[in-house]
Design a protein around this ligand. Structure first.
Ligand SMILES: [Zn+2]
Length: 300
């Protein structure tokens, strides 16, 4: 992997980070540093922007020999409709946070639109949606699913008027960004005062990560480069002119995963086991140890 210089300070709080782990992914190994002041962890040294642009050109899941098709995405969503559930929860929360802004615009930017489930739900809820995605495969699938044609650009290169948006949505994307401070600062410039920045990403402070440490599947460079706890994300948002309004924890195990791992003779038990595991995960979320966090912040 082509890399940039080694960062000497934490991108969130500027303290000096320490070495945390070495993670092997595919044929490459990556060093992960962690900041003991704010809890943020990050791949260090960073990849170059040229590397990331090439990495995501064809597929948002990195260079893949077998990228998903529209048919496989729709079939997967029919079995485990997780993207639809996530989109409905996030757009409904955003709508609640923006409901008193009658005279303001309802322009929503979907950064890294992926397969378009969030753009679709936003459009259903009367937002004027602008979507961006680097990956050609994702853009085609997203257009079919949401009816919105994403712009092929990085967030860094996107040109929009300042204060022209009421919502910036970053679902499962900030963990891929090269410069997290630049992204949050730019979101602040594009949003009107009172506008909402909504972020979904893996929780570095989750029970799963505490148990698995560097073997947590969300620690997967060069796709994921940034590992936030709720506290370190709150810090980054506060430092860039945002106030955090709400944090949701979301943990789940897909029903299809349980079904696949059950011996055939025990398959009638897969449904009650799924509900039992789901109940246990609700407790994990309640304790603030969920695998994914949804963070909603307003620009002050
Ligand atoms: Zn820090």
């Amino acid at each position: 992997m082509e890399t940039q210089a080694h960062l000497q300070s934490c991108p969130v709080c500027k303290s000096r980070p320490h070495h945390w782990a070495v993670k092997k992914c595919g044929d490459d190994t990556y060093a992960v540093d962690r900041c003991s002041e704010c809890g943020f962890a990050f791949v260090n040294p960073r990849p170059s922007m040229e590397f990331l642009k090439a990495h995501y050109r064809t597929s948002g899941h990195g260079v893949s020999l077998d990228p998903p098709t529209l048919e496989s995405v729709i079939a997967g969503e029919a079995v485990d409709p997780n993207s639809t559930i996530d989109a409905k929860r996030m757009i409904s929360t955003i709508k609640n946070l923006t409901k008193d802004r009658q005279n303001k615009s309802h322009r929503l930017l979907d950064v890294g639109a992926g397969y378009g489930f969030f753009s679709k739900e936003a459009a259903i809820n009367d937002f004027q949606v602008i979507a961006i995605d680097l990956a050609e495969n994702e853009r085609q699938i997203s257009k079919s699913i949401s009816g919105i044609d994403p712009v092929p650009t990085t967030f860094e290169d996107l040109e929009l008027d300042p204060s022209s948006l009421s919502v910036v949505l970053m679902s499962q994307i900030l963990e891929h960004a090269l410069d997290v401070e630049e992204w949050v600062c730019k979101a602040g410039q594009l949003l009107e005062t009172g506008g909402v920045l909504a972020i979904a990403l893996p929780n570095f402070g989750s029970l799963q990560r505490i148990i698995l440490q560097k073997n947590d599947p969300y620690i997967c460079p060069p796709d994921h480069l940034n590992f936030f706890t709720p506290g370190s994300l709150r810090n980054l948002l506060k430092n860039n002119g945002f106030v955090v309004e709400k944090i949701q924890h979301v943990s789940r195990i897909p029903r299809s995963t349980i079904q696949k791992r059950m011996p055939r003779m025990l398959s009638p038990l897969s449904r009650p086991l799924f509900y039992l595991v789901s109940m246990a995960l609700r407790i994990v979320d309640f304790l603030g140890l969920g695998s994914i966090i949804n963070v909603y912040a307003t620009k002050v």
